[in-house]
Design a protein around this ligand. Structure first.
Ligand code: AKG
Ligand code: FE2
Length: 260
């Protein structure tokens, strides 16, 4: 199944639970209706990588862009990145809270015993993960570090694994221009996580990040895969079509490791 297909999450649930003609049965078998902001797609080739395609409505995107604009970070062309540690602006705290809410709700729907995770696993991927594991959701602050990037057409970010000074659990919200983020296997190992098979090693996986979408990485996706955005002409192709590139803003939220 193509996890980038809009109906993928619904399809997974259908595979897991089947279609019941009996209304009473379906009350017990089907998870509750999914509000748009908590409809998640697992990127099935990459354990720990999930996409919430319609996380922010168009008006929420505009509000967020206005809040970022009001910070004045990008008023000169030479500035394309802002970082904050600790005390985040109010809008970023709200964003972080909404991400947590969507993850908790998503975990309840897609990743918990109510969703018969084992059935999901058997029918799709051998080890489908929760959106974020519980221990991340239990930490005092889910995120305390913010990076806002502003990319002009042609600009992107080289393949990398986020620094280990950040804990597990990374969230990226995309605004304005859509783009494809590519994931490729990192050479490094990480404690307790399996190394890739040869096939996985060779595969690069593209994920379409549309405006208003939220992508989250944990576990293997965060430690064993590099992510990259190449917006040079010819590289932003989705379903055979080159995406038109304009300015793109991304908001990355992470948690710094506590000092030892
Ligand atoms: O801009 C993005 O979408 C990705 C940013 C990123 O990967 C990073 O700052 O580490
Ligand atoms: Fe990154």
């Amino acid at each position: 199944m193509d996890s980038n297909d809009p109906g993928a999450a619904a399809e997974i649930l259908k595979l897991a639970f089947g279609e019941s003609s009996d209304e009473e049965d379906s009350q017990f078998l089907l998870p509750p209706p999914v509000p748009p902001s908590a409809a998640w797609d697992p990127i099935v080739k990459i354990n720990g990588l999930w996409l919430c395609r319609h996380f922010l409505s168009p008006s929420q995107q505009l509000d967020l862009l206005s809040a970022i604009d009001a910070e004045g970070w990008f008023s000169t062309a030479s500035h394309n990145q802002a970082m904050r540690f600790g005390n985040l602006p109010d809008w970023a705290v709200q964003l972080s809270d909404s991400i947590k809410e969507a993850v908790v709700l998503g975990n309840r729907i897609y990743g918990s015993e109510h969703c018969a995770e084992n059935i999901l696993s058997a029918s799709t991927s051998p080890s489908i993960s929760p959106i974020f594991p519980r221990e991340l959701l239990n930490r005092e602050l889910l995120f305390d570090q913010l990076i806002v990037n502003s990319y002009q057409p042609g600009e992107g970010i080289c393949a990398h694994v986020d620094l280990l000074r950040f804990e597990d659990g990374i969230a990226i919200v995309s605004l304005e221009s859509p783009c494809v983020m590519h994931f490729s296997r990192a050479a490094q190992k990480h404690e307790g996580l399996d190394m890739p098979t040869k096939e996985e090693d060779e595969a690069a996986v593209g994920v379409l990040l549309t405006p208003g979408s939220l992508v989250v990485m944990s576990g293997e996706a965060r430690y064993l895969w590099k992510h990259e955005i190449n917006r040079k002409p010819g590289f932003q192709v989705w379903l055979g079509e080159e995406l038109v590139q304009s300015r793109r803003i991304s908001i990355t939220l992470r948690k710094l490791c506590s000092a030892v």
